[in-house]
Design a protein around this ligand. Structure first.
Ligand code: NAP
Length: 328
């Protein structure tokens, strides 16, 4: 099969299109014929080792000390079941599915192997393969952090980075939970954030979103540039800061601040699982969550897709279409 392979850390030029062995399933695994995948902020981090401040060594331990341990990037997929292991009961050949492989990656390829009880579910009928491929990264993150915050109807939530992959999913889910949503983005992206359900949009190039006399119940920071102390001061009593892209000092300090003060700081890594994939499928089927696609790229344009994500200006999700005109 064809796959984009990287063997050193660096810019988009380190990924190369190669022919590699097509994976075979173990008894409890399935092989998915990938029709669409995404390039996410996680691919950018895994390719460049650019980590939130203080996480440099942890990044190397996760992805490979001197060079990448897993050589095929890609965390998300949508496609058709091509082959099932002997004990698989949840899926049949030709089922339309979507999901995520997490830290194992490998989705920038024509075929990927997934455990039948991992983060994989039947594709919602109302979503295209492109949209379904983009459901997991932002969706799972938004679900996890909003759940940790126990967001209540009527609460005021500020979402910094509302036009990004995580932000666009968070806006939709927060609105669904009945919150009053203010999204922060730059002017040209305001319409998208409004269309996703935000009640108000603040253009951070013109206005300081944290300069607010009323304060917010919840602040979601998906950008990670704002000092934690500034965010905390913009929270009401009982408020929660969801530091999605937290640097190490915020990560380390969060439990103490939450214990000692009247405002909580929530950090962590959003888990992915079968239950999360099924929940995302349900939310998409109900029309609550629809991934916003920034740009679509052909498989041959993988490096361009990486460059778009590396710009840190992408809107929603970057999708790559995977062709199957050759025999694996
Ligand atoms: N903790 C976890 O489990 C977890 C899970 C997933 C992701 N993450 C992290 O979350 C972060 C966000 O991921 P993502 O996929 O959402 O990134 P992304 O899609 O690449 O974010 C790009 C967006 O950020 C906006 N942006 C940039 N600077 C901004 C600012 N100062 N204020 C407001 N918006 C700004 C951009 O809008 P403009 O062009 O208008 O500026 C753009 O639309 C990454 O650091 C990722 O590693 C963490």
């Amino acid at each position: 099969m064809k796959a984009w392979v990287y063997r050193e850390y660096g810019g988009p030029e380190v990924v190369h299109l190669e022919t590699v062995p097509t994976p075979a399933p173990k008894d409890d695994e399935i092989v998915v014929k990938v029709l669409a995948t995404t390039v996410t902020a996680a691919d950018w981090r895994a390719r460049t080792l650019e980590m939130p401040k203080g996480f440099g060594l942890i990044g190397r331990l996760v992805f490979g000390l001197r060079r990448p341990r897993k050589t095929i990037l890609g965390f998300e997929f949508a496609g058709e079941v091509a082959q099932v292991g002997r004990s698989v009961t949840r899926f049949c050949v030709d089922d339309a599915v979507f999901g995520s492989t997490g830290a194992r990656m490998g989705c920038h390829a024509q075929f990927v192997v997934v455990g039948e009880n991992e983060h994989i579910a039947i594709k919602p009928q109302g979503l295209s393969y492109e949209e379904a491929a983009a459901l997991s990264f932002g969706g799972a993150t938004a679900l996890h952090f909003l759940g940790k915050a126990s967001l209540q109807p009527g609460e005021h939530i500020l979402i910094i980075g509302a036009s990004g992959g995580v932000g666009s999913a968070t806006v939709q889910l927060a609105k669904h939970l009945g919150a009053h949503v203010t999204g922060v983005t730059s002017g040209p992206n305001a319409e998208i954030v409004r269309a996703m359900g935000a009640d108000e949009v603040i253009d951070y190039t013109r206005e300081d979103p944290l300069h607010t006399p009323e304060g917010y119940d919840v602040i979601v920071d998906t950008v990670g540039d704002t000092p934690m102390s500034r965010c905390r001061h913009a929270l009401r009593r009982g408020g929660r800061l969801l530091a999605v892209a937290a640097p190490l000092p915020t990560f380390a300090g969060a439990p103490f601040i939450s214990m000692l003060g009247s405002r909580k700081v929530i950090v962590g890594v959003a888990p992915e699982s079968r239950a999360v994939a099924e929940r995302l499928a349900q939310l998409a089927t109900e029309g609550v969550l629809r991934p916003f696609i920034d740009e679509r790229y052909e498989f041959s344009q993988m490096r361009e897709a990486h460059a778009r994500v590396a710009s840190r200006r992408k809107r929603g999700n970057v999708v790559v279409l995977v062709p199957h005109d050759d025999t694996p």
